[in-house]
Design a protein around this ligand. Structure first.
Ligand SMILES: C[S@@+](CC[C@H](N)C(=O)[O-])C[C@H]1O[C@@H](n2cnc3c(N)ncnc32)[C@H](O)[C@@H]1O
Length: 279
């Protein structure tokens, strides 16, 4: 496995993913009963934007850097700005929080987070980040297998974030669909959020057609393209496939996506929010 998230932390794809993640968790917090979060591809939880990897790509500058500087109207964006600000309290953007840290910061005392990470050094860093947080459980291992091993979770209400590196390209879309099918079988009422890359849209069509047939009652797509989706070589944008999204998350994303496309996009940027199924 070659993928290292440190090169990409805080890029436009992380911005979309983490805005959606926070909106989902905040929606779960509208009820008092505790919830569970499973982060199947968790990463190391915290990234220094001053280290070599981040400096080499400069991706965070064109992502979180721009979003922090924008006067946002959408509540989902101001919520994200506040979360990033809390990790950089002196006002300088040095640290980028990964999905497990953002989730843990948003969770309450009785909510629970389980994380899987396949790379030993990343998993070690994540375990040490949460060494003193009893709400969080970190495992070094395969995130796909966590769906079988850990669902349904206790508490039985909650969310699964699936954020694979897609190193195996299209094969990983198939794995994602099989895993989501299994996840819904085990936990039909769970909220599932799968991140996916967008290079060339037409390559995505078989995946989206299959996603529309998953057994969730409601299926929503949120996509952000920072340039036209016509090159197979670049990450032109990304999307979140949301199964059973909580009430009102669609409205929050509808407000946020156009602002994000405006601030993060080059010529030809676009966004899309679409129900693949709605009951
Ligand atoms: C895109 S990064 C995750 C970023 C993280 N979710 C976040 O938002 O901060 C993907 C992670 O998955 C890990 N990974 C790759 N294959 C995996 C597998 N089969 N199971 C668990 N983790 C895996 C990689 O080491 C990498 O850290």
């Amino acid at each position: 496995m070659n993928y290292r998230h440190a090169f990409h932390a805080g890029n436009h794809a992380d911005v979309l993913k983490h805005i959606v993640l926070l909106a989902l968790i905040d929606a779960l917090k509208r009820k008092d009963t505790p919830f569970s979060v499973l982060d199947t591809h968790a990463g190391r939880g915290r990234y220094s934007l001053h280290d070599d990897a981040a400096q080499r790509t400069g991706e965070a500058e064109g992502g979180v850097g721009r979003v922090l500087g924008m006067p946002a109207k959408a509540a989902a964006i101001t919520r994200y700005q506040q979360a990033i600000g809390a990790c950089n309290s002196d006002g300088h953007l040095r640290i980028y929080p990964g999905s497990p840290l953002l989730a843990a910061m948003a969770m309450r005392e009785n909510d629970r987070l389980s994380c899987r990470e396949a790379q030993a050094d990343e998993a070690r860093a994540l375990a040490s980040l949460f060494a003193h947080d009893r709400r969080v459980h970190v495992q070094h291992g395969d995130g796909w297998a966590a769906i079988k091993a850990l669902l349904p979770p206790t508490p039985r209400r909650g969310l699964v974030l699936i954020d694979p590196p897609y190193e195996a390209q299209l094969a990983e879309f198939d794995t994602a669909l099989t895993t989501l099918t299994e996840g819904l079988r085990r936990w039909p009422q769970g909220v599932f959020a799968l991140w996916y890359p967008i290079k060339r849209r037409r390559d995505l069509q078989p995946f989206l057609r299959a996603a529309a047939k998953l057994s969730a009652k409601n299926i929503l797509l949120a996509e952000l393209l920072v340039r036209p989706d016509d090159s197979p070589l670049r990450l032109n944008g990304s999307g979140m496939l949301l199964l059973n999204p909580p009430w009102q998350v669609d409205a929050e994303l509808a407000a946020a996506l156009p602002e994000l496309a405006h601030v993060l996009g080059e010529a030809g940027a676009s966004q899309r929010l679409e129900w693949l199924r709605r009951e």
